[in-house]
Design a protein around this ligand. Structure first.
Ligand code: ADP
Ligand code: MG
Length: 612
């Protein structure tokens, strides 16, 4: 290293980590004397207390797997309960210690000693930091699906490693930034990230240099390790080996040889799998052809593309609407993966940068921007849980959605429910569920002093603004009178990990039930408003209806009132539709009357707005 950067971008990966920084206006990755950038995210603990990190630790894993730990990232910000599934992959004991009443902390037991995931990640970060010449500030990347706690744990790891963490940035966003896609005025980008043990596909939108994660889908148990295992399975079968599960050392040798074979197959048409363990009398060689390997990994690639399909669906876009495709992760060096992704999106993906380096390169650009190296400020944090307000009847109208990039702003227009209503209470909620009672209340305030007007006439614009530090300000302004009120709250403050995870999980579990409840509330609101309007119109211009018309309206009113009592969504839906039909003549008469009276001093546009 010729110089020491002050700020770096760090890709803290499940299998590999690395740093990059901006030199003379260009991002470059940090390499060692041998030109190697990737640091295996592996830690090995010696009896005498020395700790090895990186390739030295990975090499030692062959001889001493029990004192070596992989995949620490999977443990970050998680509780023991959530890690049941990972336990198989992590051959170490996990324990939870109550550090203070009510607060538990996860520890990994390695060689009789206990470490928190944050401390372990900090060891990896320290090594990456050391290789970069010990900078003091960093941007660290995390997967887009990481929640608040996982992000917080990553921040903490950075702090433990002696870094001032300027920002936590989404990996797909960093990758898109590395390709300079922020230069587009607008567009949609798909980021396909196939790493060592995890896969995710994120759909991003770019608008004037600001990225937004529209959706992200993935599988935290799909990656290069599966391809290694596929090769291992073939070999184990052909060698007639068994009980490898209880032989961690042999397993490690097999894994190592399989990964080497796989990597060679990315450039050559065939590769030899070589396993030589003299201590066991093993000397084995077998040739794999690329076509055979492709056949082996096909099910996993199919699955990854299923995730892409879901991500597209969530983002409400088709493959044709994707402007650019970015490949991330060492496993996208596999030609078959590139081919399948290109076919899926119908366009060649970006491969100009090394897929295992792009995230760090993008993080470096972001770090440089934050450190003041570039003026065109980009802000890339996200809102961890959706933010919205309670609407009449208890539903939550989400203004800012989970995963929106900050600063985020959204405005929605509301009105009053009753004639002459002069105040509106704004209740602010955070969460993924549809009903206020299932979300977390963040704050409340009242907009008062609205001049008395008929229901639905006032135009109250409610604006949510989340600033770069995650502070939420909610403002309400009545447009006709100019009356205004606001409140500032801190959305993520005090939320524990369990809460965030639970909130997100619950929203998935209860999506159907919520949907019905919400539909009922909305429908009932509409029915009641329609009834009020009808009654009013009847009292004003009802005399102009024919007898049949009047009878039809009266019958429809009774049907709606009964349907509200019935509590059945479909019955009410039907009744409201009938009322709409029956009141059409009334609406025409009424509209003409109102138009005649009002047109003198109002534009048609205003009349339209008032009807909203
Ligand atoms: P992470 O999961 O930490 O994000 P990477 O993106 O660096 O890690 O991906 C690591 C995976 O990429 C490993 O499974 C590794 O074997 C695989 N890999 C690296 N280079 C190649 C290559 N040339 N061909 C196939 N797989 C590769
Ligand atoms: Mg990665």
């Amino acid at each position: 290293m010729q110089e020491t950067p002050k700020v770096v971008g760090i890709d803290l990966g499940t299998t590999y980590s690395l740093a990059a920084y901006v030199r003379d206006g260009r991002p470059v990755v940090v390499r060692d004397e041998r030109g190697i950038a990737l640091v295996p995210s592996v830690i090995s603990f010696h009896e005498d207390g020395t700790v090895l990190v990186g390739s030295a630790a990975k090499a030692r894993a062959l001889a001493d797997p029990e004192h070596t730990i992989f995949s620490v990232k999977r443990l970050m910000g998680r509780s023991l309960d959530e890690l049941r599934r990972e336990q198989e992959l992590i051959p170490h004991q996990l324990v939870e210690r109550e550090v203070e009443p009510g607060r538990k902390v996860l520890h990994v037991v390695i060689g009789g000693r206990e470490h928190t995931p944050e401390e372990l990640s900090a060891m990896i970060l320290k090594e990456v930091r050391r290789r970069a010449g010990n900078p003091t500030k960093a941007v660290i990347t995390v997967p887009a699906y990481f929640d608040d706690t996982q992000r917080q744990a990553t921040r903490d790891a950075g702090r433990i490693a002696g870094l001032d963490v300027l920002r936590i940035v989404n990996e797909p966003t960093a990758a898109a930034l590395a390709y300079g896609l922020d230069q587009r005025k607008q567009g949609t980008v798909a980021v396909y990230d196939l790493g060592g043990g995890t896969f995710d596909c994120s759909i991003l939108s770019i608008q004037n240099g600001v990225f937004r994660v529209l959706s992200t889908h993935g599988d935290t148990h799909l990656g290069g390790d599966d391809f290694d295992r596929a090769i291992m399975t073939v070999v184990v079968r052909e060698m007639g080996l068994d009980s490898t599960k209880r032989d961690p050392e042999l397993l490690q040798h097999l894994r190592d040889a399989a990964e080497k074979t796989k990597i060679i197959l990315s450039t050559l048409d065939s590769a030899d799998f070589v396993l030589r363990v003299p201590s066991r009398g093993i000397d084995y060689r077998r040739t794999f052809r690329r076509a055979e390997f492709e056949e082996l990994i096909r099910p996993w690639i199919d699955r990854s593309l299923d995730c892409c399909r879901e991500a597209l669906r969530d983002a409400e876009c088709s493959p044709e609407q994707i402007d650019e495709v970015v490949l991330v992760g060492g496993s996208t060096r596999i030609p078959y993966v590139r081919q399948r992704v290109a076919e899926f999106f119908g366009k060649p993906p970006h491969t100009e940068l090394n897929p295992d380096e792009v995230v760090a390169l993008g993080a470096a650009i972001q770090a440089d921007i934050l450190a003041g190296g570039r003026r065109d400020m980009l802000l890339l944090d996200v809102v961890p849980l959706s933010l919205g307000i309670e609407t009449f009847g208890g539903a939550v109208d989400k203004l800012i959605h989970r995963n929106s990039t900050v600063p985020a702003q959204a405005t929605a227009r509301y009105s009053t429910q009753f004639d002459g209503q002069t105040a509106i209470q704004i209740n602010i909620y955070q969460g993924e569920r549809e009903l206020a009672k299932d979300c977390r209340k963040l704050g409340t305030f009242t907009l008062s002093g609205i001049p008395p007007m008929p229901a639905m006439m006032p135009q109250v614009d409610v604006t949510f603004l989340v600033d770069a530090n995650g502070m939420l300000t909610v403002r309400a302004k009545e447009q006709r009178s100019g009356k205004e009120a606001s409140v500032t709250v801190q959305p993520s403050h005090g939320l524990t990990q369990e809460e965030v995870e639970r909130l997100v999980l619950e929203s998935v579990e209860h999506a159907h039930e919520d949907f019905t409840a919400r539909r009922w509330i909305e429908l009932k609101n509409k029915a009641e408003t329609d009834l009020r309007y009808t009654e009013r119109a009847l009292s004003q211009v009802g005399g102009e209806l024919s007898r049949e018309q009047r009878e039809a309206v009266d019958a429809a009113i009774v049907a709606v009132q009964r349907a509200i009592q019935s509590g059945d969504v479909d019955t009410l839906h039907q009744a409201v539709a009938e009322l709409g039909k029956a009141t059409q003549p009334l609406a025409m008469i009424n509209f003409n009357a109102v138009a005649r009276a009002v047109l003198k001093d109002q534009t048609l546009e205003q009349i339209d707005a008032a009807k909203l």
